[in-house]
Design a protein. Structure first.
Length: 416
């Protein structure tokens, strides 16, 4: 979709936070990879649930029945978004909490001498839960290495890394730093060949990519609604056959059937209502006979629009000799850009952009600490990261270009 065809003005109307001004200056949100702004549909869904009477589950009274129905409807909406079954969807605090809970549940499947495979590209939320599991069970951890030239994973020796001893393979759908979209088919295929579980981190993928869990063939997929225009609620999709036999740590009287068995304690019901509003926003951008069709076409519209904006950002960053851009030169990528500026600490750059231009641009390692070590960016405080969302505009991109050029020009003689 050409930028001229994308309904950007209508989209921006859906995000009240875009109206914020600090000291009379419009706030520009380039921090989507850390969490998008919330769409008004999500806010309204949350308020509607709260206003009409909140309750806990499985009661005989109407507010409880309404809450039961709300959760069922939310699972159906998530299933349509992610291409899975509704009974495979569990809600929780966030992706990281889900991952640690699932790791603990998988302890009985891992024995001394087994192997667990993670990657150097991933956010630590898709690394440390599995490393912890390996440590507790006496298993060996193996890494799929990062290619520091292409910012993609080295897949040539996948068969040597994922072996008959491998019991779990964890990989990210896309990097929240470099934007690299990883081809997951070889991982999942190889995991299947050796009988290992395939676990995917889709936190950075869901806001930008169409996802079909059943087509992917993974065992577990994890994501968070606050990365795709909703509230802070984590989502776990667990393959039904695995979910049924997955032992979980929970209270004795609590439900043991799926999908409730992974949901310990009372859930954030109003937050789950908000997920439905976020999904509705994506659906509104699409077309089709079914919600799944509308969501797929809505995501396609977002993807095309973001890619057009991203091309402007990438061309600009690559044109600056002082800038080192950590981004694959080709292949599928999300509109996420990590870079450093020669002679400058990353926090110096983001603080200046915030003060002078009211831009929300983040800095640090973004929990991709293994990659930060491999690429040796800690001496400059990690990366500067600009991430785009469907509410960003070409005019904001032009302001970013102006701002970064001004920073470089005014600080040419400055030393870290």
């Amino acid at each position: 979709m050409l930028a001229s065809m994308f309904p950007i003005e209508q989209v921006r109307e859906r995000f009240p936070a875009l109206r914020r001004k600090d000291d009379g200056k419009q706030v520009i949100y380039f921090d989507g990879p850390g969490g998008t702004q919330m769409v008004d549909f999500a806010m309204e869904s949350m308020y509607r649930y709260i206003r009409n009477g909140m309750a806990n589950l499985h009661g005989t009274f109407n507010t409880s029945a309404d809450t039961d129905a709300l959760l069922d409807e939310a699972r159906e909406a998530v299933a349509d978004l992610l291409g899975c079954q509704a009974n495979e969807v569990a809600f929780g605090a966030n992706m990281t909490t889900h991952a640690f809970a699932i790791a603990r549940s998988l302890a009985g499947f891992i024995n001394e001498g087994d192997e667990i495979v993670v990657t150097e590209l991933d956010h630590r939320a898709n690394v440390d839960p599995w490393i912890t599991l390996a440590r507790d069970r006496g298993a060996t951890v193996k890494y799929i290495k990062l290619n520091p030239e292409t910012f993609t994973l080295k897949l040539d020796d996948l068969e040597e890394i994922i072996t008959e001893k491998t019991k779990l393979v964890a990989a990210g759908m896309s990097s929240n730093v470099t934007g690299t979209v990883t081809d997951l088919e070889p991982f999942i295929k190889r995991a299947r060949e050796v009988g290992a579980l395939a676990i995917l981190d889709a936190v950075h993928g869901v806001p930008h990519l169409s996802i079909d869990v059943q087509e992917l063939g993974c065992d577990i997929l994890l994501c968070s609604a606050y990365k795709f225009f909703g509230p802070h609620v984590g989502i776990a999709v667990v393959r039904e056959s695995l979910f049924e036999k997955l032992p979980v740590y929970k209270l004795k009287p609590a439900p043991v059937e799926i999908p409730y068995k992974l949901e310990t304690g009372t859930q954030n019901h109003e937050g789950i209502a908000g997920i439905m509003g976020a999904i509705h926003f994506i659906e509104e951008l699409g077309y089709g006979e079914t919600r799944r069709e509308r969501l797929l076409s809505g995501m396609h519209a977002i993807d095309e629009y973001e890619n057009e904006l991203a091309a402007e950002v990438e061309s600009f960053l690559r044109s600056l000799p002082e800038v080192t851009l950590y981004r694959a030169a080709s292949g599928r990528r999300t509109p996420t850009f990590a870079f450093t500026i020669e002679g400058h600490h990353s926090r110096e750059v983001t603080a200046w952009l915030a003060e002078k231009y009211n831009m929300c641009v983040a800095d640090g390692d973004f929990y991709a600490s293994t990659m930060a070590e491999v690429l040796d960016v800690y001496p400059t405080g990690g990366w500067v990261r600009i991430g785009l969302a469907p509410y960003n505009t070409i005019e904001e991109i032009e302001q970013f270009k102006e701002a970064l050029a001004a920073f470089i020009e005014q600080h040419q003689q400055k030393v870290v």
